[in-house]
Design a protein around this ligand. Sequence first.
Ligand code: DC
Length: 231
Amino acid sequence: MKKITIAIDGFSSSGKSTMAKDLAKEIGYIYIDSGAMYRAVTLYSIEHGIFDGEQMNAEELKKQMNNIHISFQVNAQTQRPDTYLNGVNVEGRIRSMEVSAKVSPIATLDFVREAMVAQQQEMGKAKGIVMDGRDIGTTVFPDAELKIFVTASPETRAQRRFDELTAKGQQVSYEEILANVKERDHIDQSRDVSPLRKADDAIELDNSHMSIAEQKEWLMQAFRRATNTSL
Ligand code: DC
């Protein structure tokens, strides 16, 4: 069967990564979390003195961009791809609150976006890929055969993120997470370079009141329609 490209964009913590991972597994496609790449650049920046408190030294990061190598390797235990930064598994560390709080300004830098988009397009050349992010259907793969734009209310998304982090044993406050979710929405939508917006030909999925099973069925139907199959 001819493989297609699937672009899943949406707000932070809208559950798009979980759905993209599950869909990729179900249909035997490669899954790439593009947000993890911006998070890895942010972790690198934190660890290499690019940040002085909240202040970011963009010039310095630009000089060091060639030292940042991001890759993915399937974790044998979880069967999902883990993110590697310069050969080191950083999957856990890129999900911390510190990285979440600092990633948006990093993702607004044009030279960072150019480098990431080039890598993402390279990864998608062979098709058979599900990639999730903010600009996948608009900038990275404008010709993707299936584009999905995921939304859910900020409160629903903050609650999901809170549950996820507390399940991992992290001490976090719901209010702090909600503020972070809203701030990221604002930055993601209002930035000059590749702002988050629904591609004209994307189909919208509001999953505020959907179970994981309902969402899965919705996605499979969208996939069947896009590929004209009865899979
Ligand atoms: O999906 P996420 O929360 O892991 O994304 C982390 C950050 O990266 C988020 O602030 C938006 C940014 N991002 C982006 O600008 N473009 C993408 N394609 C993916 C993520």
